[in-house]
Design a binder for this molecule. Sequence first.
Ligand code: XUL
Ligand code: CO
Length: 440
Amino acid sequence: MSEYFKGIGKIKYEGPQSDNPLAFKYYNPEEVIDGKTMKEHLRFAVAYWHTYQARGADPFGVGTAIRPWDGVSDPMDLAYAKVEANFEFCEKLDIPFFCFHDRDISSEADTLSETNKRLDKVVEKIKDRMKSSDVKLLWGTANLFSNPRFMHGASTSCSADVFAYAAAQVKKALEITKELNGQNYVFWGGREGYETLLNTDMKLELDNLARFLSMAVDYAKEIGFDGQFLIEPKPKEPTKHQYDFDAATVLGFLKNYGLEKYFKLNIEANHATLAQHTFQHELRVARINNALGSIDANQGDLLLGWDTDQFPTNIYDTTLAMYEVIMAGGFDKGGLNFDSKVRRASFEPEDLFYGHIAGMDAFARGFKVAHRLVKDGVYEKFIKERYSSFEKGIGLDIVSGKVGFKELEAYTLQNGEPRLSSGRQEMLESILNQYIIETK
Ligand code: XUL
Ligand code: CO
């Protein structure tokens, strides 16, 4: 077995005092918090597409990346090299999971059946490598957006043949995800959306999207795939208007078509900000609807209006994200998948390590701060007190459905002007700073 990331050994936890850039300062995989190790709490995953596929190309120039598998030209040899590199990378960083699109692990051939044969070979290789490794598949998905056949969308295409092709592709992707014991299967909208309503039958497209998802539910049952189905909201890009706009839109869509019990959400930070929400907002919407499945961990640049997929380093965001995860009871099948890519000028293989170390440390630190905030009940106590008028008297009558407009008018005529108390936002923000700075 050849080594791909030569000169880089296993990344160790050295603590916040370390000045070794190839060491963890906050992510200590073995540290036990509330009966589980940090590794078990955070469930990090490497995204195959950004780490092994992306080359840093942008609309103004070709890729810049130097990768250890450069020069391997045979498509199968290249696919096998990336499998080896993936396990080595995850093991060196103590990352327990990876995620892929079908087309990341092997490229398309001339026909679907040839493509599927390629996939089978790579899946065998991954299965084989899993025998000597603890690294597992967090989720699989199908790439229904890169090939030109998906120019009008996949399950929302105007072409029934494209709908059929997409179904065939997801069928196979579900089979290989099951074969590799994937814990989840993700539907990100790809090109499911529209550019102009002048050529779009929106009702048919949405009905077809629901038909497609219910076919996936049926097929998963048929083959005994018991992973969690996840939908990943995104408001725009590649289409002007993506149907899975944000968490609330997706939950409404699922309820409308009676699909809500089969799907949870995969919330991505940069997609939240593109929808003009905070990351925490999207996670909160998912949490209160019992639909927080998994997270695509990254961050955008708030000065730019597109999906920059940067490694997450903003400690406020990681803290408030982990706050929602802890309040949801932690991850079940989900985890923190780094849907993040190094910048174009960070072109060397070791930059892939720095990116992941930065993200893992930011989430480990955020997790510890959030854990203390929850344990001390800082915000929950304040919130409970803030809404305490609904626990007694007229408030209790409102929430228990005992009163209507007539009774509330009578109450108000008798009691006069409401007495209010401060929301204390600045005080609460200052406490957040204190916890971030002081948490050991
Ligand atoms: C695109 C995106 C995808 C999904 C998987 O913005 O986030 O990589 O996570 O298809
Ligand atoms: Co994503």
